[in-house]
Design a protein around this ligand. Sequence first.
Ligand code: AMP
Ligand code: MG
Length: 393
Amino acid sequence: MITFEEAMTTVFRNAKPLPPALVRIEDAVGRTLLEDIRSGIDMPPFNKSAVDGYAARTADVKKGLPLRNVGLIQAGDTFKGKVGAAQCVKIMTGAPVPPGADTVVMVEDSSEADGFVKFTKQTAKGENVCLRGEDIKKGRLVMPRGTVLTISHIAALAAVGRGSVKTGALPKVSLVNTGGELVPPGEKLGKNCIYNSNGPMLSAMLKTDGITAAPVIVRDRVRSLHAAFSKALKSDIVLVSGGVSMGDFDLVPGILKNLGVKCLFHKVRVRPGKPMFFGVKGRTLVFGIPGNPVANFMAYLAYIRPAIRKLAGRADFAPDFRTGVCADKFAPRTPRRALVLSKVLAKTDYTLSGVTNNGSADILALAAANGFTMVKENGSINKKEKAKFITWL
Ligand code: AMP
Ligand code: MG
């Protein structure tokens, strides 16, 4: 049986970046930039007033005599003419500073009467003027290829005139939840049935990575599974939950193989998620996750999200395991590598505590947790010792 690390490496090795996509900048948050963004313009593109006030010659303002107001310039307008000696032009924030003027006095530092303006404060040459290209010079690198775009990048892309950018593509994902016992939450629960936790949970997790996928429930019948998987295999990634263990109705691996999916591993020395199946068909990645929702959650963090990120062109796709200090003893009852649901608290360091675990299903423990603490094979970790963890909040 392969180790947790070997399983992750196998997934990452088989996840190959998809061809780039051109997307509108308002849709680009979360995506990886696949081109260097250089500015095609000077920013600002002209000498611009930084305040509402009067544009004039510095020498005239220094003299302290009233200046004749010869016009008004609004943002977006052009002043036809030039500011001459002993003249000024009323100017609004964002408007182009007219030729002749080399300073702008704030309206708060002035008084105007009968077409003449007096200033109560002097300004230096260039004061309150943003010079052409002061923020960004034409040709300057604004954002390097590889940047993972966040909400704070979009204004800069727009400012240099980019309506769309070349980014990594988001994979198409199909989501199949197997099991005759499953009912969508919100519907009436039949006899011997349980609600489908994995479908909505994985759908929500995919959304955090920018991907939309609706869960489909399929019963453990060869024909139904075969039909569902044939359709799902048209996607870049297929997520199947349930049906991968040793039960008489765990038909998933066999059917996937029949459909041409090459198995790369089936079982990993880790808890949760030991009977994990991973295979490929062409460029399609297929994850068969055991039914336990915590195993699905863990599989998403360890294998699926990194695969999505790698397909989407990200260099930092690997799961972000960090180091913290244990506030509890972690002694999982398994010889396998264990990922133990934990409460992670960030103080000056991270402290890791266990969460109350009430039995087999773990679903409430998951809801109370915000991380997994990792415990080595045949190991345990004492209070105050360091441990690796992964968090999602
Ligand atoms: P399986 O891997 O199909 O043998 O399922 C293992 C356990 O997880 C069983 O108790 C299932 O009822 C449960 N299970 C399977 N799929 C889901 C699901 N989508 N939501 C909640 N529990 C599930
Ligand atoms: Mg099942």
